[in-house]
Design a protein around this ligand. Structure first.
Ligand code: F6R
Length: 608
């Protein structure tokens, strides 16, 4: 999704700060990029393609200034061309604007502006904004008032940053799209926050400026910020708003690749640590209790989960945990939630979202609130919109995830969902069987990472026609997740099924060119049935990869085995999943795909 960076007070470093910020936002996915600088001079440089291409274009153009904005665009209105890249300008070239989100009334505004004599250069919804500002300036408004009035005419979702020629200030506003302000270190670099002098940054996500500061202020819907030598935030009524400065706890190092070829591989390998962080201080093994901040008193009679993509797979897993504990529960795709049955009684609605900014999930959570439900978000992102709008937040504490494919955050979601059930609805017997497995989970996961032969399996099957994944109960969401991971980064066809469903249709697709990954844990009736399904696909000549703890005889029928340690079946889901993450990674690597930035995908999907 689009990314915004802006800064003031960085002197000669302004341009480099913007480009660095854009590079830090690359993980969100984009197809064009650009910057605008103002202050002593005023200019814009933008291009379709990657930031390397923007750097090349900048080398051809002399651009300097003390205030600036930058943008990575993920196309919604119009293809990824130079003209459609942000920043967008007005007719006079004195205004530059970057925008995330969708302006729903842009066509009417564009028609009116065109009729009034404005000329548009792009097909974007965004371009109406600089022209609206231009009209206000022409009628004598000061730059801040001009931007404010222009923004007040917009309907839809937006995070906007604008600069105006001849003004050393940056203006920003948001509605339904994230925007965070970074409060820089003082001029002496003593590390103290200096609200009076800046420098200040504005971005759609903290990594864009985390190198320079850990002090942040989250802008709320309807708020307007002016950043220059000082920072002023005002509400929709124009009155100043007192904002709290919060400190981001993760280190900028955490957003580097640390020697790995890809963020995805780094993040897969970070999972043991991410799990330790998730569990730390929340589980008391001696007392066999789980204490999770903010949710301890919840006693839901039923749960509705809402989520998208990988987080939806976590929701399916979470819903099984609650069902097993006797609490009726259902997982909904967030984009379908509006047509689902309303919550009953004191049902809790739980939005699972790594980013806390996914538009479909936020919209489902808002729908739930309207229906009168109490809401909780399970998220990785402190200060995200989901955390601010929900009644409760359960943090997965995975640390920043840069690769577009969710990996360590899925593990964090499953671990947090275990904490959630253990802390609220599960009895001491269940706690005493699950808590030791959670304690061992980081170590078990490390052993999977250290001993996995997934790279060899991936090499053998990288050119297969299709990949199928089958599993039952807790392994069913993992099968879906294994297929999603593989298709999104390798561009190969993959599907996950409940193992019992194969014979009801998908078996027709199974051939000797379609490896089947079968997830088999334990040696109970569930495992035995999945072994039966393995035999069915083997009889159709499909190569079989058993991902198993070796308790059943699944390995006997498999061409390859990816092993996991024996543990509680709930914890085993996180371990089989690591093997599938590694398979997906190595298949994509064998095929030479751009693993961290798969085509057409975005890290944070902020449009519905
Ligand atoms: C897949 C992936 C997506 C996200 C989905 C929801 O690897 O990352 O399917 O899971 O877009 O994102 P969040 O969890 O941020 O709401």
């Amino acid at each position: 999704m689009c990314g915004i960076i802006g800064c003031v007070g960085r002197g000669d470093e302004t341009l480099e700060t913007l480009v660095h910020g854009l590079e830090s936002l690359e993980y969100r996915g984009y197809d064009s990029a650009g910057v605008a600088l103002g202050g002593d001079s005023f200019g814009v440089c933008k291009t379709s393609g990657e930031i390397e291409q923007l750097r090349a274009a900048l080398a051809e153009q002399s651009l300097s200034g003390s205030v600036g904005i930058g943008h990575t665009r993920w196309s919604t209105h119009g293809p990824p061309t130079d003209e459609n890249a942000h920043p967008h300008q007005d007719c006079t070239g004195e205004v530059a604007v970057v925008h995330n989100g969708i302006i729903e009334n842009y066509q009417e505004l564009r028609d009116d502006l065109t009729a009034a004599g404005h000329t548009f250069k792009s097909e974007t919804d965004t371009e109406v904004v600089p022209h609206l500002i231009e009209d206000e300036l022409a009628s004598g408004a000061a730059p801040e008032a001009a931007v404010r009035t222009a923004v007040s005419q917009l309907e839809g979702s937006y995070a906007i940053a604008a600069i105006v020629d001849g003004t050393d200030a940056l203006f920003a506003a948001r509605n339904d799209s994230p925007l965070v302000i970074g409060v820089g270190l003082d001029a002496e670099g003593t590390g103290s926050t200096n609200l009076a002098n800046g420098p200040y940054f504005i971005a759609s996500d903290v990594p864009a400026f985390r190198k320079y500061t850990a002090q942040v202020i989250y802008l709320e819907d309807g708020e307007f910020a002016r950043l220059d030598g000082s920072l002023t935030v005002t509400g929709a009524d124009g009155q100043p708003v007192e904002k709290a400065v919060e400190t981001i706890e993760w280190d900028p190092e955490e957003t580097g690749k640390s020697g790995y070829d890809h963020y995805m591989l780094k993040e897969i390998n970070e999972q043991p640590r991410a799990l330790r962080q998730c569990l730390r201080g929340r589980v008391d093994e001696l007392a066999s209790t789980v204490d999770v901040e903010s949710i301890g008193d919840l006693d839901p009679s039923g749960i509705q989960f809402v989520a998208c993509g990988t987080s939806y797979h976590a929701a399916l897993y979470g819903s099984q945990l609650f069902e097993q504990a006797g609490v009726p529960s259902q997982a909904y795709l967030a984009s379908e939630y509006a047509s689902s049955p309303p919550p009953i009684g004191d049902d809790l609605v739980v939005g699972i979202t790594q980013s806390g900014e996914t538009a479909d999930t936020l919209s489902a959570l808002r729908e739930a609130k309207q229906r009168g439900a109490e809401t909780l978000t399970v998220t990785n992102t402190v200060g995200s919109t989901a955390t601010r709008e929900c009644d409760h937040a359960l943090y997965i504490r995975s640390g920043p995830e840069i690769g577009v494919a969710a990996t360590k955050t899925f593990a964090g979601q499953l671990a947090a969902l275990n904490l959630f059930t253990l802390a609220t609805v599960e009895d001491s017997q269940r706690r005493s069987s699950v808590i030791p497995a959670l304690r061992d989970l980081p170590g078990d996961m490390q052993s999977v990472l250290d001993n996995s032969t997934a790279a060899e399996v991936a090499e053998e099957y990288a050119t297969a026609e299709s990949f199928f994944f089958i599993g039952r109960r807790y392994q069913y969401p993992v099968a879906l997740e294994g297929a999603l991971k593989l298709k999104e980064i390798s561009y190969e066809h993959a599907e996950g099924f409940a193992a019992g469903e194969l014979k009801h249709g998908p078996l027709a697709l199974v051939t000797d060119q379609t490896p089947v990954f079968a997830l088999v844990v334990g040696d109970g009736p569930i495992a035995r049935k999945t072994v039966g399904n393995i035999k069915e696909v083997q009889a159709r000549d499909a190569p079989v990869v058993a991902v198993t703890d070796g308790q059943s005889n699944a390995a006997t029928y498999a061409d390859h085995v990816l092993e996991i340690p024996e543990t509680n079946p709930r914890a085993a889901a996180l371990l089989t999943n690591v093997q599938l993450q590694l398979v997906a990674y190595h298949v994509a690597d064998n095929l030479g795909r751009p693993i961290d930035k798969p085509r057409n995908l975005a890290k944070s999907v902020t449009v519905e």
